[in-house]
Design a protein around this ligand. Structure first.
Ligand SMILES: [Zn+2]
Length: 455
């Protein structure tokens, strides 16, 4: 490197310097990822700590972090010299802050943002374009305090590449539990619509299947492609450009084949479902959770209780795009094609009504937003929606931390701040137990021991 400090005018030498510098950077890059957790010990002085949502918050606590994990939690503020670590000790002062586990969103779509360009984007963007866009949305989501997300449906392979890049510490984002392409019947909600036939052929989904055997193969195919979880469109959906309603689309037999295959391969299986009959069919088939559950009624809720499955309500997107016909017609989806608009106009307050009913009947609720419908980075508004729908502040925080971790099957590693779990945490000035909107203003964000925000 010293050689390169000379003022060299010869083109030959200049080229050599540039070359040497490039090699050095590349070598460092592979040795030390941009977002690798620091080698030494970090001591976090937490003014208030809600280590396990559902238990009491405690004042004046020290969280000890090493290698991206919580290694201890002590009463009071531990001084740097109380811990010996040859790699160094760093103390972070959050003594005026409320500290809690990083948030978890069980339903996002990081590879896109629904809007006017969506149909053109689908035929113009390459997998590489999609990966860069997804990285931007991943960063926004992390900076909203979400240290883990479950991505429930995307075309191509970008989501798997992004998941792996985050894991390797190359890019900033939440940990990603990825579904790949949703399992859908031909012409179903997860299939592609609204183009001429030749274009539909090019955009064909790897998740399309019809009949029990074909659907078993479709599940195996997603796992082979890299899926961590299986997402199924059990009923019609709102944003598919087809006037086929929101009723049951897969048969009971197909749903059973899908659920059994997913479980045999060690994957959770979750259903997008709106109308009661489709939700109930998925519950009878043994699904672990139901997304949206828009028109679940009292009988449906009883079946949830019997089957011990989770509801992922996704309330905020409807608020964001307009929960009255007047707001909808002025909002970001005002130019949606007629088949979609007809379904959008039916939603109104239904997500809030459904969430209130589910909560009052004691159904298990875990947080999911469907971000990508609402803007990425606004995910924490879902906590506020749950309190507005009758949940206590603590229940709402549980839905987006410990309960989301349990519902997704990752509670051994995430969801609370306990010894051996990931050092995923956020801090805010006010207690969200007093005012839930505190979750919208974070001063500190750590994921796997790496600080992504500290103000
Ligand atoms: Zn979705």
């Amino acid at each position: 490197m010293k050689f390169c400090n000379f003022r060299v005018l010869a083109v030959f030498l200049l080229w050599n310097c540039t070359f040497a510098a490039t090699v050095a950077v590349a070598a460092d890059y592979f040795k030390t990822p941009e977002y690798a957790s620091p080698k030494g010990t970090t001591i976090i002085h937490a003014g208030s700590l809600l280590a396990v949502p559902g238990e009491h918050a405690k004042t004046s606590q020290s969280i000890i972090v090493k290698g991206g994990q919580v290694t201890a939690i002590h009463e009071g503020f531990v001084a740097a010299d109380a811990i010996s670590d040859a790699d160094g000790v760093t103390v972070l002062d959050l003594s005026k802050e409320f500290v809690m586990p990083g948030f978890i969103d069980l339903h996002v779509h990081l590879t896109g943002q629904a809007g006017a360009n969506r149909k053109v984007d689908a035929v113009t963007m390459t997998d590489a374009d999609t990966a860069y866009v997804a990285q931007m949305y991943a960063r926004r989501t992390l900076l909203a305090g979400f240290t883990t997300v479950r991505d429930l449906g995307s075309r191509g392979t970008a989501i798997f590449a992004l998941r792996d890049a985050v894991k390797a510490g190359r890019v900033a984002g939440p940990k990603i539990i990825a579904a790949g392409q949703a399992i859908t019947p031909t012409g179903g909600h997860g299939d592609i619509h609204g183009y001429r036939q030749e274009v539909l052929d090019v955009l064909a989904s790897t998740g399309v299947c019809d009949g029990a055997d074909d659907c078993r193969a479709a599940v195996r195919r997603q796992v082979k492609r890299g899926a961590d979880v299986i997402k199924v469109t059990a009923t019609g959906g709102v944003l598919s450009e087809t006037a086929t309603g929101t009723g049951q689309q897969f048969t009971d037999e197909e749903l059973r084949a899908i659920a059994d295959t997913a479980h045999a391969l060690g994957r959770k299986v979750t259903a997008h479902a709106h109308e009661a009959a489709g939700i109930e069919a998925a519950l009878r088939a043994g699904f672990d959770s139901i997304e949206h559950s828009m028109w679940a009624d009292k009988d449906t809720m009883k079946l949830f209780l019997k089957s011990d499955a989770w509801i992922i309500p996704t309330v905020y997107p409807i608020t964001a795009v307009g929960d009255t016909p007047e707001k909808m017609k002025k909002g970001p989806f005002k130019d949606m094609p007629p088949p979609i608009m007809a379904k959008l106009l039916r939603l109104q307050s239904q997500p809030k009504i459904m969430t209130r009913l589910a909560h009052s009947m004691g159904v298990k609720i875990a947080l999911g937003t469907d971000s990508g419908v609402s803007p990425h980075g606004e995910n924490a508004n879902e906590f506020v929606e749950y309190v507005n729908a009758g949940m206590t502040e603590m229940e709402s925080l549980m839905a987006g931390t410990i309960n989301a971790a349990i519902a997704a099957g990752y509670a051994e590693k995430i969801g609370s701040l306990e010894v051996g779990k990931a050092a995923d945490m956020v801090a805010m000035a006010k207690s969200p137990l007093d005012d839930i909107s505190a979750v919208l203003r974070l001063n500190f964000i750590m994921r796997d021991g790496v600080i992504f925000k500290h103000e």
